[in-house]
Ligand binder design. Structure first.
Ligand code: BEZ
Length: 234
């Protein structure tokens, strides 16, 4: 138990490195993905219903994530042959939300020893000590963990939120802004504050063009959706 809970990488940490067998051959992580955004996610088990519904969505959205410069890498405690048999069964038999005949091309890690799952804090013993919870790690092109989500075994992930987080992180990097609650591309963003109180006061008194200040600590400005999306993945 000690071993399973010791390593919990956090936001701002370098993504822990590992080599692993996957449905697409061996990977050296994160080195093989340098210069790309990566969503590394875990699921508890092959041939289970919530996981199957999630793979329909991951598979359907693979090209949308690729268009944002982001690769998907899945992981569960299972063998390559089980993963391949499950992905084939999904393609041949499952329909979910109108999605069917789905070819899943991203790698799915076979983490039989739980070495990677433990490294990433994906084993939560109160939930299961033999299966990974539904973790999502957003890793930037420098290999730094930028956001983490955890879901329990019986709750499928929100894919609109996963995409929103990716676009949000890319927008933060590209435009040097912060993003307020419930932000969506096209919504106003938080204009950067001055680094000193007097700079913030100055900004309040004479806001830059397009900036609206409500008080010295809360200024917003428009950022059109086309600008946000034109920077996606860059
Ligand atoms: C599921 O994907 O449905 C599932 C997997 C493990 C435990 C419970 C549910």
């Amino acid at each position: 138990m000690e071993n399973q809970t010791a390593a919990m990488p956090r936001i701002g940490d370098p993504a822990p490195a590992f080599e692993a067998a996957t449905t697409q051959g061996k990977i050296d992580f994160p080195a093989d993905f340098k210069g790309k955004w990566v969503i590394l996610f875990s699921h508890p088990s092959d041939f289970t219903p919530v996981c199957t519904s999630e793979f329909m969505l991951f598979g359907k959205m693979e090209d949308e994530f690729a268009a944002l410069g982001c690769r998907l890498v899945g992981l569960s405690v299972g063998t390559v042959s089980s993963h391949i048999a499950w992905l084939r069964a999904i393609r041949e038999k499952i329909e979910y939300k109108g999605i069917r005949n789905l070819d899943i091309r991203f790698p799915l890690i076979a983490d039989m020893t739980m070495e990677v799952a433990k490294k990433y804090g994906m084993i939560h013993p109160g939930e299961s000590d033999t299966a990974a919870v539904r973790a999502v790690f957003f890793i930037d092109p420098r290999g730094i963990i930028r956001a983490i989500l955890y879901y329990p075994l019986v709750l499928g992930r929100d894919f609109a939120e996963i995409k929103r987080i990716l676009i949000g992180l890319q927008t933060i990097d590209a435009f040097g802004v912060a993003l307020p609650a419930d932000w969506r591309p096209g919504d106003d963003v938080i204009a950067p504050a001055g680094s000193t109180k007097s700079a913030a006061d100055e900004r309040m008194e004479r806001p830059a063009e397009g900036v609206r200040c409500y008080d010295w600590y809360f200024c917003t400005k428009p950022l059109p959706e086309e600008e946000v999306m034109s920077r996606g993945g860059k």
